[in-house]
Design a protein around this ligand. Structure first.
Ligand code: GDP
Length: 529
C-alpha cells in the first residue's frame, strides 16, 4: 500500500477540445466566471485578439509569453479545484496541443450545434481515445438555429464510435428556443425575460416529463415536440453509466449556450460529480498512484520565454504523486542529476504565483535554461520513470534546404535539440541526404524557422515535400516489414530513434497501402522510449 499523504485536496484536471469557433474561448470565460476568476475573462479575449494580429517572430514570442499565463487556468467551485489546461487551436496547433491531452484526466468536447463534429474536434478526440480519456460533450450555441438534437447525437455516436447519453435537452433552437430541460434533476432552465437574454437563475423543478406544470411555462407546440423527443431519446440512447464514461466508451451530452450562460453551471456540476479526480499515471515500473508519498511528475510541454537571446524556458510539469513543496530537490532520471525547484510557478487565474505547495493533478511551471525536456520525469523516488509521452504522426512534412552547406553540423545539432524538445520531429529518408521535418501545425514550423535563425544562426529553408502524412510502421513478421520497406524505399524514412516511418501523399494513398498490407501496422502515434 502506498503511504498516503494526508489531506490531498480534490482536483479535476481537464482540457477543452473543439474546432476553432465552436466557442471554447467563450465557454472558458464563463467557466472562470462561475469559478470566481472573473478578472481573467478579459484576458482570454485579449489573447484572442492578439492572436489574430500576429504576423512575425516577435509576435509569436509575445503570444507564447502571454500564453504561459493562460496555459493553465485554475478555478474553484464548491470545494473542488479545477485545472483547465489550454489546448491551442487555430494556427497555434502543434504537438503541444496533443501532448497537453496526456496531462489531463478528462476532457470537455465542445461542438457547435449547427456544425456537428468538425475536423479538429475529431483529431483531438482521436488523441483522447488513445488513452481512453473520459469525455463530457457540450453542444454549444443552441440559442441559434442548429441541427436537430437527434442528428447531433447520432453524428457523435457514428463519427466517433462512442455511446451517447443525453443529460439535457433543448426545447427548440434559435428562434424557437424556450429553454433546456435537465433530465438528471428534472429541472428546466428558462431564458430571463429581460433584454439581456441571459439565463438568470430561473430554474424550475418538475416531477417529470408528464408534470402538468410544464404547460404553464412552455408553448403548446414546444412542449408537445419536447415530450415526443424526450420519450424517443430515452428509448434510443443508453442511460448515463459512470463506468462506461470513465473508460472512454460513453459520453454524457449536455446542451447549452456558452454565450448566454446556459448550461454552464450544469457542465461544472457534471465535471465535479462525474469527471475523474487525478488518476494513476503509467510508469516504467507500473502505474503510480496519486497517493504515493514520493513526489513525482512529468514534463508535457516546454515553452520558450519572451527573450529569444536567452535560453529561458518554462517547463510544464503535471504533478502525479506526493505533496510538492517549494525548494524541493527532484531527480531528473534522464540526466541523473537532481534539481532544486526554487521558483515553481503555480497558475492561479491570470496571476503567476510562486507555488509553496502543489498536489497531484496540479500543473507547475518550472523556469529553467533548457535542461528540462518534454517527456522528462522529475521525482523523489528514482524508481519512478514516466513513460509513454507519445510522438504524433506529422501532418506537415518539409524538406530542409541548407543555404550555407558549411553549416551541416550546426543544422544537425539544431534539429536534434529541437526534436528532443518536442518542437519538431526529424526524419532521415532511406534515399537521399536531405532531412525532413514533420510537425502537426503551421505555427510549429514558424517557431522552428525562427529558432534556427535566432539561436543556431543556421540559414535554412523548408521546401515542399511530396508527402502530406506519415505513419510509423511495424509488423510481427520481420520479413514482411523488410519486404514492404524494400518496395517503398523512396517513401520510407527513419525517425530519430531509427524507427521506420512510411510517408504518403495523402490519406487515400495511406489507406490504399494499409489495405494491401494487412500484416503491417501503420500507427499515428509512437510511444517514446
Ligand atoms: P473558439 O474559437 O472555439 O474559442 O470560439 P469563440 O469562443 O471565440 O467563439 C466563436 C464565435 O462564436 C464568437 O463570435 C462567439 O461570440 C460565438 N459564440 C460562442 N458561444 C456561442 C453561443 O453559445 N451562442 C452564440 N450564438 N454564439 C456563440
Amino acid at each position: 500500500m502506498p503511504d498516503r499523504p494526508t489531506g490531498r485536496p480534490d482536483r479535476r484536471t481537464f482540457a477543452i477540445i473543439s474546432h476553432p469557433d465552436a466557442g471554447k474561448t467563450t465557454l472558458t470565460e464563463k467557466l472562470l466566471l462561475f469559478g470566481g476568476a472573473i478578472h481573467l475573462a478579459g484576458e482570454v479575449k485579449a489573447r484572442g485578439q492578439n492572436r489574430r494580429a500576429r504576423s512575425d517572430w516577435m509576435k509569436i514570442e509575445q503570444q507564447r509569453g502571454i500564453s504561459v499565463t493562460s496555459s493553465v487556468m485554475t478555478f474553484e467551485h464548491e470545494g473542488v479545484t479545477f485545472n483547465l489546461l489550454d489546448t491551442p487551436g487555430h494556427e497555434d496547433f502543434s504537438e503541444d496541443t496533443y501532448r497537453t491531452l496526456t496531462a489531463v484526466d478528462s476532457a470537455v468536447m465542445v461542438i457547435d450545434a449547427a456544425k456537428g463534429i468538425e475536423p479538429q474536434t475529431r483529431k483531438l478526440f482521436e488523441v483522447c481515445r488513445i488513452r481512453n480519456v473520459p469525455i463530457i460533450t457540450f453542444v454549444n450555441k443552441v440559442d441559434r438555429e442548429g441541427k436537430e438534437p437527434f442528428a447531433l447525437l447520432d453524428e457523435i455516436a457514428d463519427v466517433l464510435a462512442l455511446d451517447v447519453a443525453p443529460m439535457s435537452w433543448p426545447i427548440g433552437m434559435g428562434g424557437t428556443f424556450e429553454g433546456i430541460y435537465d433530465f438528471t434533476q428534472n429541472k428546466l432552465n428558462l431564458p430571463a425575460k429581460n433584454d439581456s437574454g441571459h439565463y438568470e437563475g430561473d430554474q424550475r423543478g418538475f416531477s417529470g416529463l408528464d408534470d402538468s406544470k410544464l404547460d404553464e411555462v412552455l408553448s403548446a407546440d414546444g412542449l408537445a415536440k419536447f415530450r415526443e423527443e424526450a420519450g424517443l431519446a430515452t428509448a434510443a440512447y443508453p442511460e448515463f453509466d459512470s463506468a462506461a464514461y470513465l473508460s472512454g466508451d460513453l459520453t454524457p451530452v449536455y446542451f447549452g449556450s456558452a454565450l448566454k450562460e446556459f448550461g454552464v453551471a450544469e457542465l461544472i456540476g457534471a465535471l465535479a460529480d462525474h469527471a475523474p479526480s487525478p488518476q494513476p499515471q503509467p510508469s516504467a515500473a507500473g502505474s503510480v498512484d496519486p497517493d504515493t508519498k514520493a513526489v513525482s511528475g512529468f514534463i508535457f510541454k516546454v515553452q520558450a520565454n519572451m527573450n529569444p537571446q536567452h535560453r529561458d524556458r518554462v517547463a510544464f510539469m503535471r504533478l502525479c504523486s506526493g505533496r510538492f513543496k517549494r525548494g524541493m530537490k527532484l531527480l531528473q532520471p534522464s540526466t541523473g542529476k537532481a534539481i532544486a525547484v526554487h521558483s515553481p510557478i503555480l497558475f492561479f487565474a491570470q496571476n503567476r504565483e510562486l507555488a509553496d505547495e502543489a498536489w497531484p493533478g496540479d500543473i507547475i511551471g518550472i523556469p529553467n535554461h533548457g535542461t528540462l525536456r518534454v517527456g522528462d520525469t522529475l521525482t523523489e523516488d528514482e524508481a519512478i520513470h514516466y513513460t509513454g509521452l507519445p510522438n504524433f504522426a506529422p501532418e506537415i512534412l518539409r524538406r530542409v534546404l541548407l543555404v550555407d552547406p558549411t553549416k551541416t553540423k550546426q543544422l544537425r545539432k539544431a534539429l536534434d535539440d529541437m526534436a528532443e524538445e518536442g518542437v519538431t520531429q526529424v526524419f532521415h529518408p532511406e534515399i537521399g541526404s536531405q532531412w525532413i521535418v514533420g510537425v502537426v501545425g503551421q505555427l510549429q514550423l514558424d517557431v522552428l524557422i525562427s529558432r534556427l535563425d535566432a539561436e543556431y544562426k543556421v540559414d535554412a529553408k523548408f521546401e515542399a515535400s511530396p508527402w502530406d502524412t506519415a505513419r510509423w510502421i511495424a509488423s510481427d513478421s520481420e520479413a514482411d516489414l523488410k519486404a514492404f520497406i524494400g518496395t517503398h524505399r523512396n517513401a520510407v524514412a527513419k525517425d530519430r530513434d531509427g524507427a521506420p516511418v512510411f510517408m504518403a501523399k495523402d490519406l487515400w494513398e495511406l489507406n490504399y497501402h494499409e489495405g494491401r498490407n494487412p500484416t503491417i501496422r501503420f500507427t499515428a502515434t509512437k510511444e517514446r522510449a
